[in-house]
Design a protein around this ligand. Structure first.
Ligand SMILES: Nc1ncnc2c1ncn2[C@@H]1O[C@H](COP(=O)(O)OP(=O)(O)OP(=O)(O)O)[C@@H](O)[C@H]1O
Ligand SMILES: [Mg+2]
Length: 499
């Protein structure tokens, strides 16, 4: 490992009512991957935003390449060779992939934007990374994972000395994570220093040289990854060890009522003839690789996809679900994997964001009972330990993970019978993860049923009573939890159709 390229010392940052950074230290060497960890709201993203000039620090010093610096905006830090992939992607969905990649540095020809040249250059970059994305496609048409890959390619295509990745893998699945790690190893060999933020412990072990942990805005410590265990790091993060064990047998009685039955569900090319049953009090896991069609099944069930055909029975009664409103009326709620696109109201308060789906429950005599709405919202968020200075705080001022908790609270407040959770713990820290698991267990104990889509196999194995595996739009298998292993799930997840 090379010389120190970044030294942040005693960094302070206050927001109104929140002391987000309390004398935080952080340093980075050339050719090093330095992981930054901590619970949701610990201050990780804020530290990065102070570094790259988005936020002005209230105290402390930043030394970069041997000189004290203070960037006033992101342009200045970029010019100095610092590239940041932010947790919240801020890209233009209506522009093409290539246009997004070269935003602010467009290729020109005769005074006009040269789309062809930009697409060719984008293609060259993708080829170099082994990524399959069409540069002429509209960004908004790509999956979140692919959008993330565009952002990564964009950051790497700039000549940089320091690369920050703020939860780059939250939306990626295994093969894509592998791809990213390969790229990161190449960058490491070139002497580029990387700051890596992730809640996935396995990744930290594999990719990082050192780990710095933050808790509640404070610097806890820095350790060499090779010298500590996962549990050591978790302990530093949350002050306790959290165990996660696989479920060994189903907790749903075999004779429980079938609450939902889906027969021959089809939706475009993404869902092909999928049939399954969901019982009362059951957690049905959906496993598979990205693009397997799991989210599309959920969207079809929820009436969000109008192309669906097939039969849906709720409590034995054939039911038509053509719109999300009809789904909600029939007791189905859907927590989308892409919470930014389908649900966050960033300029509204935590209360408003929590209560929006159940507003009807708070109407009394034609008026909304504000107090009741605030209390119920506060209660749901307290269960999830959402970190916010008040219920009136605007959602955009919460950390990424806490924004997600608010959306989960929204669906908890809604009294549904069937919950579809799509990647419920993506981007959520280990402590909060186990709280969400506990909540799901409570829901099924109350007789609710859950469909859980997850790309994290340990999560699938820990929560599900039964597991459906999909590959390329088809259901390739169904396993009782007692017979499920990572191996047989992966085998089914990669079982492509012959010819
Ligand atoms: N613009 C802002 N205005 C007010 N408070 C803010 C703002 N940005 C962040 N905060 C607060 O600062 C604290 C740290 O937030 P930060 O986004 O740095 O957390 P994080 O460690 O990145 O968490 P996560 O894992 O959820 O992404 C949180 O309490 C958050 O609510
Ligand atoms: Mg963050």
């Amino acid at each position: 490992m090379g010389e120190t390229i970044l030294k942040m010392q005693g960094i302070e940052k206050h927001f109104s009512g929140v002391h987000a950074l309390k004398s935080v230290n952080f340093d980075l060497r050339a050719g090093e991957v330095h992981a930054l960890m901590g619970e949701n709201g610990a201050g990780k993203s804020t530290l990065i935003k102070v570094l790259c000039g988005i936020h002005k620090k209230d105290g402390g010093t930043i030394e970069y390449l041997g000189k004290e610096v203070s960037f006033h905006n992101i342009g200045e830090s970029q010019d100095a060779g610092i590239s940041v992939i932010h947790q919240e992607l801020n890209m233009m969905n209506h522009l093409t992939v290539a246009q997004n990649m070269f935003i602010g540095r467009e290729f020109m020809k005769n005074g006009l934007i040269d789309d062809k040249a930009m697409e060719a250059e984008a293609q060259r970059q993708f080829d170099k990374m082994g990524v399959k994305i069409n540069p002429a496609a509209k960004l908004g048409d790509l999956t979140v994972g692919k959008q993330q890959m565009v952002e990564i390619t964009k950051a790497i295509s700039r000549d940089c000395k320091l690369l920050v990745l703020d939860e780059p893998t939250a939306a990626l699945t295994l093969p894509e994570v592998e791809e990213l790690f390969k790229i990161m190893n190449e960058l490491r060999d070139k002497g580029i220093g990387m700051i890596y933020i992730s809640h996935r412990m396995d990744e930290i072990n594999r990719i990082s040289d050192r780990v710095t942990v933050m808790r509640d805005g404070e610097y806890v410590g820095t350790v060499n990854t090779a010298e500590v265990t996962k549990d050591d790091i978790v302990k530093m993060m949350v002050g306790r060890v959290i165990m996660g064990e696989q479920k060994t047998c189903s907790t749903c009685p075999a004779d429980a009522d079938v609450i939902l039955e889906v027969k021959h569900l089809n939706a475009g090319k993404e869902v092909k003839d999928v049939s399954f049953q969901l019982r009362r009090g059951e957690i049905l896991g959906f496993a598979g690789l990205m693009g397997a069609g799991r989210t599309e099944v959920a969207r079809a069930l929820y009436g969000a996809d109008r192309r669906q055909t097939g039969e849906i029975y709720i409590n034995g009664k054939k039911t038509k679900i053509k719109t999300p409103e009809q789904a909600v009326k029939n007791g189905i709620c859907y927590l989308s994997e892409d919470r930014k696109r389908y649900g966050l109201m960033l300029d509204k308060s935590v209360t408003d964001n929590s209560a929006i789906a159940s507003v009807d429950d708070f109407i009394q005599g034609g008026l909304i009972n504000d107090k009741k709405m605030r209390n119920m919202s506060a209660e749901a968020n307290a269960k999830l330990r959402t970190k916010t200075p008040s219920m009136e705080q605007l959602l955009k001022n919460l950390s990424g993970g806490n924004q997600q908790k608010v959306i989960i609270a929204r669906w908890l407040m809604k009294n549904s019978d069937i919950f579809i959770f799509d990647e419920p713990t993506r981007g959520i820290d280990v402590g909060a993860k186990s709280e969400i698991y506990t909540l799901m267990d409570e829901l099924v104990k109350q007789g609710k049923s859950i469909i859980m889509i997850s790309s994290e196999l340990p999560e699938v194995l820990r929560m599900s009573d039964r597991i459906i595996v999909m590959c390329e739009g088809r259901k390739t298998g169904e396993l009782d939890i007692s017979e499920a292993t990572q191996e047989n799930i992966m085998q089914l997840a990669t079982m492509r159709e012959e010819n």
